[in-house]
Write a protein that binds this ligand. Sequence first.
Ligand SMILES: Nc1ncnc2c1ncn2[C@@H]1O[C@H](COP(=O)(O)OP(=O)(O)OP(=O)(O)O)[C@@H](O)[C@H]1O
Ligand SMILES: Nc1ncnc2c1ncn2[C@@H]1O[C@H](COP(=O)(O)OP(=O)(O)OP(=O)(O)O)[C@@H](O)[C@H]1O
Ligand SMILES: [Mg+2]
Ligand SMILES: [Mg+2]
Lengths: 266, 266
Amino acid sequence: MRSVAIINQKGGVGKTTTTVNLGAALARSGSRVLLVDLDPQGHLGLHLGVDVPEGEPTIYDVLTDELPLRQAIVSAGDRLDVLPSNIDLAAAESELVSVLGREVLLRDALEQVASGYDMVLIDCPPSLGVLTINALVAASEVLIPLQAQFFALQGFSKLLDKTVRLVRQRINPALEVLGVILCMHEKQTRLSGEVVEDIRGFLEASRGEPVAWANAKVYDICVRRNVKLAEATSFGQSVLDYAPKSNGAQDYLDLAVEIFGAGASS
Amino acid sequence: MRSVAIINQKGGVGKTTTTVNLGAALARSGSRVLLVDLDPQGHLGLHLGVDVPEGEPTIYDVLTDELPLRQAIVSAGDRLDVLPSNIDLAAAESELVSVLGREVLLRDALEQVASGYDMVLIDCPPSLGVLTINALVAASEVLIPLQAQFFALQGFSKLLDKTVRLVRQRINPALEVLGVILCMHEKQTRLSGEVVEDIRGFLEASRGEPVAWANAKVYDICVRRNVKLAEATSFGQSVLDYAPKSNGAQDYLDLAVEIFGAGASS
Ligand SMILES: Nc1ncnc2c1ncn2[C@@H]1O[C@H](COP(=O)(O)OP(=O)(O)OP(=O)(O)O)[C@@H](O)[C@H]1O
Ligand SMILES: Nc1ncnc2c1ncn2[C@@H]1O[C@H](COP(=O)(O)OP(=O)(O)OP(=O)(O)O)[C@@H](O)[C@H]1O
Ligand SMILES: [Mg+2]
Ligand SMILES: [Mg+2]
């Protein structure tokens, strides 16, 4: 079971959209995929038509009450399962503050289903708190969706130099950053060009260093701004189902191939 | 001193951009304005060229260490001051968990400078935790920037029905929602039209109810997507200084007039 965390503490950069559509692309090409929602806003589930009322089992109960993980999993399509969240999870940040081993709870819970999936994608909230730390500890790899605007570089270096580095140093030495996905990309603007250049420069300066991002790259396939990606969420579908001929669908299919290899194409 | 909280738990919808540019518009028209950054990512300060190294006084020290508020304030232009944050503030959510009166810390601190400002705008992080609660308790009014996409309605009703309602009921009975600002708006898409209609419907259904949003409206002035708004941040300026003739500048000047009245125009 390969596990990948989808991380960026900046809000609204495309983490959930990327988790859903990469997951759908991988499921379509034959992988058994589990999507884990670590955001109390529960958007990953909603994106695929899965809405869990308060009080119903979610990842919250898995993390705070040792609920068997299988009991919170919901099917979202062929070979595509979701471990949803809802607002109950908002309490987790404070409830887990003094729990022993609070950073390893997700990793340990996922081991219960490891044989059932080829790929686990973990969608994170826009913060670097205990939920995101759980993702970085449970995952072997990291993808960073990023919108090429000014705040991207500052947040990016903070995410890597502080959070990723410490998790790798203290808890998960195998953690590796696969790369950066340019989301909602507008290639033609000078601002996006400058930001992408800065990100590439940061990564190139770390080649050969003993850091988690030594081999990370900015993927060539960018996800262009496409209204079909936004519309798909209101129909509770991945863009592959909602608008299979759209640029949004094509970009995510191509991106899945670039990141995960030939097996990921439909 | 009038205090307004700028709130939306959804990430990347334009909270910081709105706080900075409405604040700049009000300062230009003669108001003495304080912008408060409650987001550990510190983007409000960065947006205006104010970057506080870790360990330097910020809102974190005001909230957790009773630092006099004045000592953390920085000037960002004529009649425009900033109370910045930085990553130190990320610790506040867990540190404040068991502090007596943890929701009123910002309100009490702001009273130290009340006579020095006409308007305080409080920029919130993308969450409904203790920092955002402090904003809702310190403020008399709320503005909700919103991107007209699927998740907007679900997050909007949760923000109002849960968080705003409880704060008004238990701690701040004067709290009032002024309205919704459509940010990064793309008027021509069917999706945005449907979302705006849903938001208007929600608000109209609450007319005459004893709720904080009984008189809230969706403002007629929308902030259109405009690359100048994104570029301004990389120059550490408001869009009024960076690109005074742009649509972004015009939209925020017009919006300041619509929300706060004739005195807010330059
Ligand atoms: N390439 C795109 N083109 C158009 N709209 C997009 C694109 N990618 C994402 N969106 C829309 O932008 C909004 C934000 O995207 P998304 O929710 O995936 O970001 P996020 O990083 O998960 O946000 P959060 O930080 O709140 O979790 C959503 O409404 C989504 O439908
Ligand atoms: N109308 C607009 N047109 C183009 N870009 C915009 C517009 N409004 C904001 N932006 C850009 O979009 C990004 C997100 O905006 P902003 O940081 O204001 O959102 P936010 O709600 O404060 O995000 P967060 O939830 O992370 O605090 C920023 O890079 C900003 O420069
Ligand atoms: Mg998300
Ligand atoms: Mg912000």
